[in-house]
Design a protein around this ligand. Sequence first.
Ligand SMILES: Nc1ncnc2c1ncn2[C@@H]1O[C@H](COP(=O)(O)OP(=O)(O)OP(=O)(O)O)[C@@H](O)[C@H]1O
Ligand SMILES: O=C(O)C1=C[C@@H](O)[C@@H](O)[C@H](O)C1
Ligand SMILES: [Mg+2]
Length: 188
Amino acid sequence: MVSADVSPAGAALAASLPCIVLVGMMGAGKTTVGRELAKRLGRRFVDSDHEIVARTGVTIPVIFDVEGEAGFRRRETEVIDALSRDSGVVLATGGGAVLAPENRQMLRDRCVVVYLDVPPHTLWERTRHDRNRPLLQVEDPRGKIESLYKARDPFYREVAHVVVGGGRGSAKSMLRKIEKALQEQCAS
Ligand SMILES: Nc1ncnc2c1ncn2[C@@H]1O[C@H](COP(=O)(O)OP(=O)(O)OP(=O)(O)O)[C@@H](O)[C@H]1O
Ligand SMILES: O=C(O)C1=C[C@@H](O)[C@@H](O)[C@H](O)C1
Ligand SMILES: [Mg+2]
């Protein structure tokens, strides 16, 4: 179903690209911007975290409590495998989706992958009051974001076809940058 927000340029872009995937750290805006991007392109929006919650019927913190991070990662791989087969979606991933080599391979092979590169201090500002991210429920969440960013940035870059920076900008400005980068990607 094509929404009223879809521009002719957006529709043309959507038609010429496979599954579009957003990767990046917790708080990078994958869910927020991904939902808007899907509207602009007239695509269905899917989110691997939301799908895991829908399939299990419990929250992500509960999955981490019961099955540990390893259990959550197994579910994440299953869901990414299922969702990335649909070439007509915008897929927002969880922040750790790039950790498994098989996930990186699937995403890189099947999709156009966009890395939202947002600096740690901005990530911290956006996530500091949120209790829904188990990896940040530690004594020094700010330091944890910095170390996760350092460890994961190479994986995000490895899997990405396009890197969009400028995390201080509004969600709207991120959206514009992504659309421009995707248009360039299409033209190349
Ligand atoms: N460009 C932006 N400017 C300001 N606030 C933003 C921007 N993008 C997202 N936010 C806000 O930051 C918070 C986190 O955003 P969001 O949930 O989209 O991140 P995410 O990348 O999906 O994180 P996760 O990996 O945990 O799912 C939300 O409160 C959202 O409203
Ligand atoms: O960065 C991460 O490892 C995570 C990010 C969230 O999107 C969730 O997928 C979960 O909280 C783990
Ligand atoms: Mg999200």
